[in-house]
Design a protein around this ligand. Structure first.
Ligand code: S3P
Length: 420
């Protein structure tokens, strides 16, 4: 298989959610360029509209008229979050800091995901939570109210939980201090500083000082490294050729998959590295190499947590064992990704085994692969096995390819374009 060409993957999902939320909370108009137009980001736009913000239809360039830190209004409608954990958890923080209540609902996958992890710190700040029969899943009603400051020691590495606490402190006008287990993606911190907030990062601790207002700011959204990773993986397992992925965010808290592909033997170069929109950005150029297994441990996981499905597929094409540990968080993503990765690798003829907090893939360098993949409506499982499916001679069927639209609506079109 030969790959060739260049592509610009869609805008970063994490930054797109935050650009909408912080635009909404800003004082005056904020321009956003290159926002990801995917189902998850539409969910954030929809919830903000339900809270009284005039978010325009998403497009290449949009302007959001911010309502200010205290300008959100409660409507009668449920807050529909679809499949999006980031929408739910960050906006729960925002509602917790506001003088209003909101009932968060979502699809079957999101409804099963744990919300206790945000409810505990936000309740300690003074917000109230009501859960249905599901325990700590959706539907979840958040009653915001006068908050008190919080110092919180995180139980798991989660940028969503960290961001929920910081946003609650910002909107609720109280100090917030979060101590992380491992440094997770820091877009919220960068974007708050860029909007005039006094926020300090020291080691694994982030401290937010209350702010009277949030400045409006223009945001350029770089390409999503989590989407780019599928094409980097494709180039790594190809027999020949090269792919150039333009304008990819290579923020060190996000770029772990590129490092691992390099460790596994692929050629990965950053060209034209620069800072744009407050983020490190580069053209990531990837070509194949003799692939060998890799060890991925807990401290590596936050910077590649969403890329583990596709790295597992690369591991199946490599020679030797790939062992991933310290990744129990995978069990509470859009699906139980440890089970989904291992069961689907086995279903297509690869050797893999579950660990409580990760998995092992025994690569034989043998290919192609054939079998039926069950995505469990998980976009990253669908795309990871889509990459494996283009290995010549493979016969992989993916039960729900359309679920890629959660984060990467043009994935299948781009995939067929770059394989020559
Ligand atoms: C995200 C944080 C991560 C990641 C998710 C997006 C974010 O989740 O998996 O896709 O935008 O903050 P956790 O906070 O649960 O680790």
């Amino acid at each position: 298989m030969r790959v060739a060409g260049a592509l610009r993957v869609p805008g970063d999902k994490s930054i797109s959610h935050r650009a909408l939320m912080l635009g909404a909370l800003g004082t005056g108009p904020s321009r956003v360029r290159g926002i990801l137009q995917s189902l998850d980001v539409h969910s954030t736009a929809g919830v903000l509209r339900a809270l009284g913000v005039a978010v325009p239809a998403l497009g290449e360039e949009i302007v959001i008229d911010g309502v200010g830190l205290r300008g959100l209004r409660a409507g009668a409608a449920d807050l529909e979050c679809g499949n999006s954990g980031t929408t739910t958890r960050l906006l729960a923080g925002i509602v917790a800091g506001s003088a209003l209540s909101g009932r968060f609902v979502g699809d079957a996958s999101l409804s099963r995901r744990p919300m206790g992890r945000i409810a505990r710190p936000l309740a300690a700040m003074g917000a109230r939570f009501e859960f249905g029969r599901s325990g700590d899943g959706l539907p979840m009603t958040v009653h915001g109210g006068p908050l008190r400051g919080l110092t919180w020691h995180m139980e798991t590495a989660s940028a969503q939980v960290k961001s929920a606490i910081l946003l609650a402190g910002l909107v609720g006008d109280v100090p917030a201090e979060v101590h992380e287990v491992e440094r997770t993606r820091d877009h919220t911190e960068r974007m708050l500083v860029g909007r005039g907030v006094d926020l300090r990062v020291e080691g694994n601790a982030v401290t937010l000082v209350p702010a009277a207002r949030l400045d409006a700011a223009d945001q350029l959204v770089p390409g999503d490294p989590s989407s780019a990773a599928f094409f980097a993986a494709l180039a790594a397992i190809a027999d020949d050729g090269e792919l150039a992925l333009h304008d990819v965010c290579i923020n060190p808290t996000r770029a772990g998959a590129f490092e691992v592909l390099r460790r596994m033997g692929a050629q990965v170069r950053y060209q034209d590295a620069r800072v744009e929109g407050g983020e490190e950005v580069a053209t990531v150029v990837v070509s194949p190499g003799m692939l060998r297994g890799a060890v991925i441990e807990g401290r590596d996981v936050p910077s590649l947590v969403d890329e583990l499905p596709v790295l597992a597929c690369v591991a199946a094409c490599a020679t030797g064992e790939t062992r991933v540990t310290g990744a129990a968080e995978l069990r509470v993503k859009e699906s139980d990704r440890i089970k989904a990765i291992v069961n689907n690798l086995r279903a297509v003829g690869a050797e893999a085994e579950e660990l409580p907090d990760g998995f092992v893939v025994r690569g034989t360098g043998r290919r192609p692969f054939a079998g039926a993949v069950a995505t469990h409506a998980d976009h990253r499982i669908a795309m990871a096995f889509g990459v494996l499916g283009v290995v010549p001679g493979s016969a992989i069927t993916v039960d729900d390819p359309a679920c890629a639209a959660v984060s990467f609506p043009t994935f299948w079109k781009e995939l067929s374009r770059v394989v020559v």
